[in-house]
Write a protein that binds this ligand. Structure first.
Ligand code: GLU
Length: 300
């Protein structure tokens, strides 16, 4: 069993990232598996090596160790280019010249979760129409009018008709950067990842990732999307909640106090106890985890 934690080094880890990292780590360690760390630094404008170093330091402080680190995504362009070429050879990739404004104008109806359904504007452009364009295109992958589904380890069965839920999606941006949906699939396969434990915000990305896996002939890991920590007013925690980033948390708590609180939220130990990461391995079981997102009520 091989699992991974794949953070984006675009700022200091916050409580929501720690929560996901802890649950991914416990799933691996409780099964005696191998834990990989991978820096998802595709977004070169926002990601910094210093944040990656800080992330490693924060994980070490928490006691969430890893057995190997995969190369960061910024060094994996050749692997993504090879995957892109294989999709292109299947006749499934086309250039898209739509601006953000075009996409919004043409995007009704919106998918239920707020994603923009791509209307297929550039799907049928002729070679001549493409030549007449003046700006570099993004590249989209054609999706079939077909359902892609899987059984999530926590959420149960989940599926989407790709054509209706998102439409043809971007696998390479106009600035040349390969998209997360392509890179994550290539990297999980390269690492031999068999179990993906990550936040539930990524549940709706999974059908697209299954589609890319199948086109590339890659194995499908087991997926488990854990509930999200929410602020008291119901928002997803983010880097904007500065008082809950690791800089602030490390001043207020010991690792055991912080992990103890998270473990209580996860249903692993009673509230008020402290625990090291190692101690939590023995009490971890996926069946104990909560089903729904968790609004924080002053626990931290
Ligand atoms: N890099 C993504 C994030 O930090 C996680 C991607 C994944 O786990 O598949 O949100």
């Amino acid at each position: 069993m091989v699992g991974r934690f794949a953070p984006s080094p675009s700022g200091r880890m916050h409580l929501g990232n720690v929560w996901s990292a802890l649950l991914a780590w416990l799933s691996v360690r409780a099964a005696g598996g191998t834990m990989l760390l991978r820096m998802e630094d595709l977004d070169t404008a926002r990601c910094r090596p210093a944040y990656a170093e800080q992330l490693r330091d924060d994980l070490r402080w928490l006691g969430l160790d890893w057995d190997a680190e995969q190369p960061p995504q910024s060094l994996r362009t050749a692997a993504y280019a090879a995957a892109f070429a294989r999709l292109e050879a299947q006749g499934l990739v086309y250039p898209c010249y739509c601006s953000r404004a075009d996409l919004h104008a043409a995007s009704a109806p919106h998918a239920a979760d707020g994603r923009v359904l791509y209307a297929g504007t550039c799907r049928g452009l002729t070679a001549e129409q493409r030549r007449a364009q003046k700006k570099p295109p993004a590249w989209r992958l054609r999706v079939p009018d077909a359902v892609y589904g899987f059984t999530d380890g926590l959420c149960g069965p989940y599926s989407e008709n790709l054509a209706r839920a998102c439409g043809d999606f971007i696998i390479r941006r106009a600035d040349g950067i390969y998209a997360y949906q392509l890179a994550v699939v290539v990297d999980d396969a390269a690492g031999g990842v068999t179990q993906v434990v990550r936040g539930r915000d990524l549940l709706t990305s999974t059908p697209r990732q299954l589609y890319v896996q199948r086109l590339l002939g890659l194995p499908q890991p087991e997926y488990c999307h854990v509930p999200l920590l929410l602020s008291a007013d119901g928002r997803r925690l983010s880097k904007r909640d500065g008082d809950l980033d690791m800089g602030a948390l490390r001043q207020r708590y010991t690792p055991e106090a912080l992990l103890g609180r998270l473990a209580a939220l996860a249903g692993l130990i009673p509230p008020g106890e402290t625990a090291s990461a190692r101690e939590l391995v023995a009490v971890f079981s996926r069946e104990k985890l909560p089903q729904n997102d968790l609004p924080l009520r002053g626990q931290f």
